[in-house]
Ligand binder design. Sequence first.
Ligand code: ATP
Ligand code: MG
Length: 563
Amino acid sequence: MSELKNQPAKSDFIRDIIADDLATGKHATTITRFPPEPNGYLHIGHAKSICLNFGIAEEYADRSAVCHLRFDDTNPEKEESEYVESIKADVKWLGFDWGENLYFASDYFSFFYDCAVHLIQQGKAFVENQSAEEMRANRGNLTLPGTPSPFRDRSVEENLELFAKMRAGEFQEGECVLRAKIDMSSPNLNMRDPVLYRILKAHHHNTGDAWCIYPMYDFAHPLEDALEHITHSLCTLEFENHRPLYDWVIENCPVPSKPRQIEFARLNLTYTVLSKRKLLQLVKEGHVSGWDDPRMPTISGIRRRGYPPEAVKHFCKRIGITKFNGTTDVALLEFDVRDHLNASAPRRMAVLEPVKVILENWEEGNVEYAEVPNHPQNSEEGIREIALTGEIWIEREDFMEDPPKKFYRLGPGRYVRLRGGPIIQCTGFEKDSDGVVTVIRANVLPGTTGVDAPEGVECRAAIHWVDAAHGADAEIRIYDRLFSVENPDDAEDGFLSVLNPDSLKTITAKIEPSLAEVGPGFRCQFERVGYFVSDGIDHQPGSKPVFNRTVALRDSWAKQAGR
Ligand code: ATP
Ligand code: MG
């Protein structure tokens, strides 16, 4: 296993700031938060944020540090309870615990409202009657200052009255908004009298129809943080230009604490899209089977794909936290998955492209048992006994009609060992009219189980096999990357034009008997083939087993890319 495993996270500029704040006594502890908007399923990018926020809380457990799980559900139009449940399940699956600290921003609607009224009373907010287009036109740009709204100097009384009417539902959507009164000539466009509240006559999943005005993200978010006494509010770099507004809201509203916003680079991955809008489109248009399709970069997708949570966390630790936007090679994530599974996954045998071998000298009705280690590097995992009879399945590619000298598997006259069992020698084979081998004939060398090859028998390899009488059929889903180019977001004809047509192949394979008994979510290595997991949904007792390929034993894309 890699050296980083089980070691504390490397430090980074955010952890340095927090360590400093604790050392100087600025804060007695640290409180972070993970604030998803429940408008989609979480993805691997969110995992980076979860590992950062919850990770910091764990690192300061001795100071009673905590991380809040807060649903940022201030936008009534896009949110659904299904997403709330999936997000909770995903955070738990990653191994994090919010304890008592589960919050919904929609519980703070009254507080946001009171803060808005406070700003009006201070002469720092006004009701705007210009249309959205007029506001845009008057906003100026990076070189031109904005033009103050003709409604900017309304009296406090008038503003209070109009805002109360907005709340009471007396205006239509778009008729007016509440704006902060900051600086129309600020070089930062976010400071040019930003909108704080708009009218939305929409039903909210938590507050129902109690509200018809809803706060903007830039107004609500700092207030949520302050109300929860968040010390360090960690967000992605796109919000860097919003920080002055974040600080302005904190400075000018009656808040109980002063959180600090710090930005870090978001995760981007090659061969992957991480925009929620695009992921939703893949689901809605049926390009994948759902949010939890094993090809999706969602947490529920990679869980179903068989990625262990430890591997995802290790990956997040390894990529670290920086201020520089870049794109991480998805092969790094796959490496961590392979690395973790290599150390932890039990070994089993399955034959993906089966061809039958008839053992001609096998005594009718005889059953012998091969003894196969469950993990070659870990004897504590024990061994299992696998029944062997006179007919078995082996991998088609483990036989060659006319093998070169260095092919150490089966060919006419050649010897090979059946994993955990005896050595066999090929005596012949049959082909159909298309030249495809239909059956291989072989003899067993008696007494060769568990002992070295006898003198004069050249046997250099062991192959995996499944007994024809005892094995079972299984559906195997061979997953590959969903996109065939490194940067699907940049594709000229859109990301859908570069979907990998071979991202899913379904085949029927032969599996050893024990694999027919496992429950859903069982991760293992199919020896010599790759890492697989029994499907979390379709693999059910009593029906045909279903396994998903998590990752191949080696990175087949590395060769193609010339790496
Ligand atoms: P939206 O466009 O819907 O806001 P979002 O990806 O920002 O999409 P949120 O639910 O708002 O989704 O994200 C929750 C948290 O996860 C935020 O703090 C956000 O900064 C963080 N996050 C989202 N995407 C990434 C990413 N790719 N890398 C790191 N952090 C991310
Ligand atoms: Mg967001």
